[in-house]
Design a protein around this ligand. Structure first.
Ligand code: ZN
Length: 60
């Protein structure tokens, strides 16, 4: 899996660019949060995302 360097979205494909923001992907990321309900999730507010999915905590 790879994570986007810009929005931290985790993709499970071998794509080279993020499907959300076209940002560069990196395999060097740590931590993962899963947003199931972006509207109500407190975690979503903390990581500042508004789309359901998996996000890396840190991307290098
Ligand atoms: Zn992205």
């Amino acid at each position: 899996m790879s994570a986007c360097k810009q929005c931290r979205y985790i993709v499970q494909t071998k794509d080279k660019v993020c499907p959300k923001c076209q940002g560069e992907l990196s395999e060097k990321y740590s931590g993962m949060v899963v947003i199931l309900d972006a509207e109500r999730s407190e975690v979503a507010k903390i990581v500042e995302v508004n789309v359901v999915g998996s996000y890396a905590v840190k991307v290098r």
